[in-house]
Design a protein around this ligand. Structure first.
Ligand SMILES: NC(=O)c1ccc[n+]([C@@H]2O[C@H](COP(=O)([O-])OP(=O)(O)OC[C@H]3O[C@@H](n4cnc5c(N)ncnc54)[C@H](O)[C@@H]3O)[C@@H](O)[C@H]2O)c1
Length: 345
């Protein structure tokens, strides 16, 4: 990576993937500004470094965004509401933050006199379920959730603004990431936490679906490589491991690594409406344009994640009450207190 002593803005830098991006940029001597409203991001995940600056603010606040973007050379835009089940109840919030918030970043970036590159973090969810495998960047985009639609709208807006106004941008579509510093009850932390908490059975939803998992340090490295790559300007690039695993097999692998002999019980309340049944990436473009390949194997990555999760005080919603009935997003983020109103505030 040839990025050093550069000024980099990381939106969502206190989050799961963002905090790993900040860590890697800091190790490479960059001046990192983190713009985050800490709705799911955590102070303790941030790398402490005298070159780093934290702005507590909302990407929907145009004034804060324009201040944060001013004078930056590079931007990695990750701030978003990312957890699909939340969007069943808060679709407008997902569009407000994921789509309009991204337009705020793009609008300020277009006006910048110093900007070298913006990397927008989209998602593999924009594809919907696999029509063919492995899924390349030309795979049809048929999103299955309003989360994915809000991300696709932002993904296409960035592309259009690049074409229209010359914004030097790359769009990264990560497949599922996992690793320490979890913020959301994604499937891997969910399985680990159930096992850690001494569950008699693993209660899971659709275990026949499959996903393509990348360890978070590999995901973050791809994003940083995209920052410094001129070749990737105007390109949309998948970041995934290049294989998929069924949730059933994943759960059994995690149980084996945690030395638990356990059965899976299907809990239908965990079935997601309009679920994506398969995501499986083709990562050739990332290999060619970014000189990237995943380095951490699934087993090694899971061991690291388990080691982190076992000592973590984080808890998710327990007992689980279903995604669409009685869903309260704050249950697992707010010590079980019922809260009303908007997400991400
Ligand atoms: N985790 C994955 O597997 C995955 C896969 C594909 C794409 N992504 C994308 O990667 C990005 C990061 O996801 P993550 O998994 O690290 O989730 P995360 O929730 O840990 O990160 C999101 C960060 O954005 C911040 N944020 C949310 N709303 C904000 C707002 N209005 N203003 C400022 N900051 C705000 C949160 O506090 C948090 O720090 C998201 O854009 C997500 O769509 C994630």
């Amino acid at each position: 990576m040839n990025l050093e002593n550069s000024r980099v803005l990381v939106t969502g830098g206190a989050g799961f993937i963002g905090s790993e991006v900040v860590k890697q940029l800091s190790l490479n001597n960059n001046y990192v500004t983190i713009l985050d409203n800490f709705s799911s991001g955590k102070e303790e995940y941030l790398t402490k470094n005298e070159k780093n600056t934290v702005i507590r603010g909302d990407i929907c606040d145009e004034k804060i965004v324009s201040e944060a973007v001013k004078d930056q050379e590079y931007i990695i835009h990750l701030a978003a509401l990312p957890f699909i089940p939340d969007c069943y109840n808060y679709p407008q919030e997902f569009f407000r933050i994921n789509t309009t918030g991204t337009l705020n970043i793009a609008y300020s970036a277009v006006q910048s006199k110093t900007l070298e590159k913006l990397v927008y973090i989209s998602t593999s969810e924009v594809y919907g379920t696999a029509k063919y495998i492995p899924m390349d960047e030309d795979h049809p985009t048929l999103p299955h959730s309003t989360y994915a639609v809000s991300k696709l709208a932002a993904d296409r807006a960035i592309y259009t603004i690049h074409k229209e106004q010359g914004l030097p941008a790359t769009i990264i579509r990560p497949f599922n990431s996992y690793g320490p510093n979890i913020t959301q009850p994604y499937i891997i932390p969910e399985i680990i936490f159930q096992l850690r908490n001494g569950a008699k059975y693993l209660k899971l939803g659709n275990i026949e679906s499959s996903r393509d998992f990348t360890y978070v340090s590999d995901t973050a490295r791809a994003m940083i490589l995209a920052l410094s790559s001129k070749l990737s300007i105007g390109e949309t690039i998948n970041v995934g491991s290049g294989m998929d695993i069924k949730i059933r097999d994943l759960a059994m692998l995690i149980a084996k690594l945690m030395k638990k002999d356990i059965e899976i019980k299907i809990d239908k309340s965990r079935y997601r409406p309009f679920d994506v049944s398969q995501l499986y990436s083709k990562n050739q473009k990332a290999r060619e344009l970014l000189n990237w390949k995943p380095e951490i194997s699934m087993e090694e990555g899971l061991r690291k994640t388990i080691a982190w999760a076992i000592n973590s005080e984080l808890r998710f919603n327990d007992p689980f009450r279903g995604w669409t009935t009685g869903l309260n997003h704050k249950d697992y983020r707010n010590g079980g207190k019922k809260t009303s109103g908007k997400l991400g505030r």
